[in-house]
Design a protein around this ligand. Structure first.
Ligand code: GDP
Ligand code: ZN
Length: 445
């Protein structure tokens, strides 16, 4: 691109490697400069600059500078900042790769989530690399088989173990010379992977709390971490969970490379949703085994369509995966298959036998939560009007949800939950008397 006349002589190009409060670390040639943003580039309430941006810098004293121009981006990873007027918050720009990290086990991978990350990286124009960690915990052949549909769809996959060092060299080679974003939910082994890549320049790895199984974020600032083998990694809590972009439903199919060949090949043309339409080209391809049924099922979920029973029944034999039995689902806790219709509510969200649920929704039925953790029933509460609500807490992320109880819920368990505060008071009952005297707040279990 053309340099602005006059400025070229005194400015140099640099890469934003870190954001501090209102200054930016900019890598200029071999050194870093602490730079501020020229006044006329600032927009109140808006961040125009992100890690990964290329800028033009006017050097000031020894190691500082003024950013006078932001060069056009090739892509960006953004999310909507909360607020009455949703504004886009760019987390990182100009990414060469999105490393999507899933553990082979602990936590058990949810491939629907992987499909979602893949759609999102495709929509953002960032090539994905699937990284399966904790290889030492599973049988290699089995996990490779599970990833087969992705490799046939053309996605690069690496298998690593921070424990044995397997795959670390391979991923190092793939990251060399690139700026990559690290994505994946907490606990899958991202920090351990970075540590393995960094060798001696370790960062802190969080102990996964045994009790909750929930990992803690160890990285708080957004910066590019340079790797010994070349290349840089952007690791930031803001980027760890995808699910940040809103993608129009009719565009989703286009983000499935393994479906693309059949899009528009049916009489419904571009308007086809590939869900309820009879004789849709995509559905025929699923039936003939040309599109993986698991991937097709994810697609249906992402567009919010109910699964076409007849279609998936045709391929039930080829299908190895079982993680989604819909419209019925399988209980994450007691493994029973639960029918979708729940007496008394129109949306079954927990197992009537053990009352456990799964963290899939942000709002009832939307399947928008990235977590997927088991939700433990912790209490019942009376709602307005006297109806009972069941309170669930996610074992992975701690989110709390109130759900309607269903007519066939396990009554004995419900009552025992309701009675729990009385059966196990948080302080010895013989202190009730003194707590009446105003010292209740001192009482601790
Ligand atoms: P992050 O939250 O994604 O950064 O995950 P961490 O790197 O903090 O790892 C979460 C937990 O998984 C820690 O207890 C690690 O010791 C463990 N872990 C990470 N990588 C591996 C691995 O390759 N093999 C095994 N067995 N455990 C791992
Ligand atoms: Zn179609």
């Amino acid at each position: 691109m053309a340099e602005p006349k006059g400025a070229a002589a005194e400015t140099i190009h640099g890469l934003v490697t870190q954001r501090l409060k209102d200054r930016f670390q900019v890598q200029v040639k071999e050194s870093e400069r602490s730079c501020s943003l020229k006044g006329d580039l600032r927009r109140p309430g808006e961040e125009i600059l992100a890690v990964g941006d290329w800028v033009e810098v006017r050097p000031l004293e020894a190691d500082s500078g003024l950013i006078v121009r932001v060069l056009p981006r090739k892509n960006r990873f953004a999310r909507r900042a909360a607020g009455p007027k949703p504004i886009e918050q760019v987390i990182a720009a100009n990414l060469d790769l999105a490393v999507i990290v899933f553990a082979a086990a602990a936590p058990k991978p949810r491939w629907t989530m992987l499909d979602r990350y893949l759609v999102e990286s495709h929509a953002a124009g960032i090539p994905p690399l699937i990284c399966i960690t904790k290889l030492d915990l599973v049988d290699r052949r089995a996990i490779e088989d599970e990833l087969d549909p992705y490799r046939s769809a053309g996605y690069p996959v690496v298998f690593t173990s921070a424990e044995t060092g397997e795959g670390i060299e391979e991923i190092r080679e793939r990251l060399a010379g690139k700026i990559s974003l690290l994505a994946g939910k907490s606990g899958v082994g991202k920090s351990s992977l970075i540590n393995a890549l960094l060798g001696s320049q370790m960062i802190r790895v969080a102990e996964v709390s045994r009790q909750t199984g929930k990992g803690r974020h160890t990285t708080t600032e957004c910066r590019i971490q340079w790797l010994p083998g070349g290349g840089g990694l952007v690791d930031t809590p803001g980027a760890r969970e995808f699910g940040l972009w809103e993608i129009a439903v009719e565009e989703i199919a286009g983000h499935f490379p393994d479906m693309r060949e059949w899009l528009g090949s049916c009489r419904f043309g571009a308007g086809c949703t590939h869900s309820h339409e009879p004789d849709c080209g995509v559905k025929i391809a699923v039936r003939e085994g040309r599109i993986d049924p698991r991937r097709y099922r994810s697609y249906l979920r992402l567009i919010g369509a109910s699964e076409d029973e007849s279609e998936l029944k045709h391929c039930a034999k080829n299908e190895r995966n079982r993680d989604t039995v819909e419209p019925a689902f399988r209980c994450i806790r007691c493994d029973l298959t639960v029918s979708a219709d729940a007496p008394g509510t129109d949306h079954r969200n927990h197992c009537p036998t053990c009352l456990w649920s799964r963290h899939l929704d942000m709002r009832p039925g939307d399947r928008a939560a990235a977590c997927g953790g088991g939700m433990e029933p912790i209490a019942v509460a009376a709602r307005r009007g006297g109806e009972w609500g069941l309170i669930h807490r996610c074992k992975e992320c701690g989110a709390v949800r109130v759900n309607r109880i269903a007519g066939d819920d396990n009554a004995a368990l419900l009552v025992s939950l309701a009675a729990r505060p009385l059966a196990t008071p948080p302080f010895p009952l013989d202190r009730l008397e003194s707590s009446m005297g105003g010292r209740a707040a001192d009482a601790r279990p």
